[in-house]
Design a protein around this ligand. Structure first.
Ligand code: GUN
Length: 301
C-alpha cells in the first residue's frame, strides 16, 4: 500500500515558517507583504481557489485583496488594474487567476505583470530564468510538487518520469524542474500515442491532464511514485448528498500499487497555495531589502 504524500500537513509547516519570517522582518520592512489577485468573471472553481488563497494569506500575515472584474470587462480595463498594482507600493505580488473568460487574452495580461511581483512565476522573464536555472519566482504548482517529493524522501537522481500535460501553468515547468533535479523526463500530451505504455515505464508519474480518473491501476508501474495534479468536482449523486473532489488518478485502484501517492484533496492543492505565499514573502523581502531569506522547512533526515 502506497505512502500518502500529505500536502495538507506539509503546507501547514510551510505556513508556520512563513508566519515566523513575516513577523521577524516586519519592522525592517516597514509594512506587511501584500498580495493582489485579479479575477475576472464568476467561474465558481476560481471563486473557491481565490477564497482559499485569501484565507491562507491571513494565516501568515500577508495582506490580500481581490480585484474582481465582471465577465464583461475589457482587456484594457484588466490591463489598467494590473498596471495600477505594478505601481502600488503596498502590493508585492500579483496573481492573475486563470482561466480568463473569452475573449480576454491571458498571455498579454500575464506579460503586463511586473516580473518582480509575478508570484505565479508565469511571466516570460521568470519562465526564462527557470529554463536557465537562474534564481527567480517559480510557478507554484510544480514548485509545490518538488517540495512534496523532497519532503517525502523521494530520490530523484536518474529516475524516469512521465508528466502528462504540457501547460505553461504545470506540465512545462514541471518537466524543467524535474530535469534540473537530474530526472529523465518525458512530457506527454493529447497527441501522445500509447500513453498507457509511457505511463507503465515511469518511476514517477505526474498527472496534470485535466481528465478525471484518466490514470487507472493498469497504467501504473508497480512501486511508482504517483502525483495527482488534477482536481475535478464530482456532482452529488443524489439530492442531500455532497459533491466530492477527484483527481486525474483513480486513487482507490492505484494506491495499492504505488510506493507513494498524493491524495485529492489534500495533496498538491494545498502546496500550490503554500508556494504562492512563499513567492509573495520572497517578493516582499526583495522589495524591502530584507536579508536572510525565509527559514527553510527542514527536510527529513
Ligand atoms: N488557476 C488554477 N490554478 C491556478 C494557479 O496556480 N495560478 C493561476 N494564476 N490560476 C490558476
Amino acid at each position: 500500500m502506497a505512502k500518502r504524500l500529505n500536502g495538507q500537513a506539509l503546507a501547514a509547516r510551510y505556513e508556520t515558517s512563513l508566519r515566523t519570517s513575516v513577523a521577524q522582518h516586519l519592522t525592517t520592512a516597514g509594512c506587511p507583504p501584500g498580495l493582489a489577485v485579479v479575477r475576472v468573471g464568476d467561474d465558481p472553481a476560481s471563486g473557491v481557489y481565490v477564497g482559499r488563497k485569501a484565507q491562507a494569506c491571513g494565516r501568515v500575515g500577508i495582506r490580500s485583496r481581490i480585484i474582481h472584474h465582471p465577465a464583461t470587462a475589457s482587456q484594457q480595463e484588466v490591463l489598467e488594474s494590473i498596471c495600477r498594482l505594478n505601481a502600488d507600493p503596498a502590493c508585492d505580488g500579483i496573481l492573475v487567476q486563470l482561466p480568463m473568460p473569452a475573449p480576454l487574452n491571458a498571455r498579454q495580461l500575464l506579460l503586463a505583470v511586473d516580473p518582480a511581483k509575478d508570484v505565479d512565476g508565469l511571466h516570460p522573464l521568470n519562465l526564462g530564468r527557470l529554463v536557465r536555472g537562474e534564481p527567480g519566482l517559480r510557478p507554484c504548482t510544480p514548485a509545490g510538487v518538488m517540495a512534496l517529493l523532497a519532503h517525502g524522501g523521494i530520490a530523484l537522481e536518474g529516475i524516469r518520469a512521465l508528466v502528462i500535460g504540457r501547460s505553461i501553468l504545470v506540465g512545462q515547468p514541471m518537466g524543467i524542474m524535474l530535469q534540473q533535479a537530474n530526472v529523465t523526463v518525458t512530457v506527454a500530451h493529447s497527441r501522445t500515442r500509447n500513453l498507457a505504455d509511457h505511463c507503465r515505464q515511469a518511476e514517477l508519474l505526474v498527472a496534470a491532464a485535466g481528465q478525471p480518473g484518466l490514470v487507472g491501476a493498469h497504467w501504473v508501474r508497480p512501486e511508482a511514485v504517483v502525483v495527482d495534479v488534477g482536481i475535478h468536482r464530482v456532482p452529488p449523486p443524489r439530492q442531500g448528498t455532497r459533491a466530492t473532489l477527484r483527481g486525474d488518478v483513480c486513487f482507490a485502484e492505484v494506491e495499492p500499487r504505488a510506493s507513494h501517492i498524493t491524495p485529492v484533496p489534500g495533496g498538491v492543492g494545498p502546496m500550490t497555495v503554500a508556494m504562492l505565499l512563499w513567492n509573495t514573502v520572497q517578493a516582499w523581502q526583495q522589495r524591502c531589502g530584507v536579508v536572510g531569506g525565509i527559514t527553510p522547512v527542514p527536510l527529513p533526515r
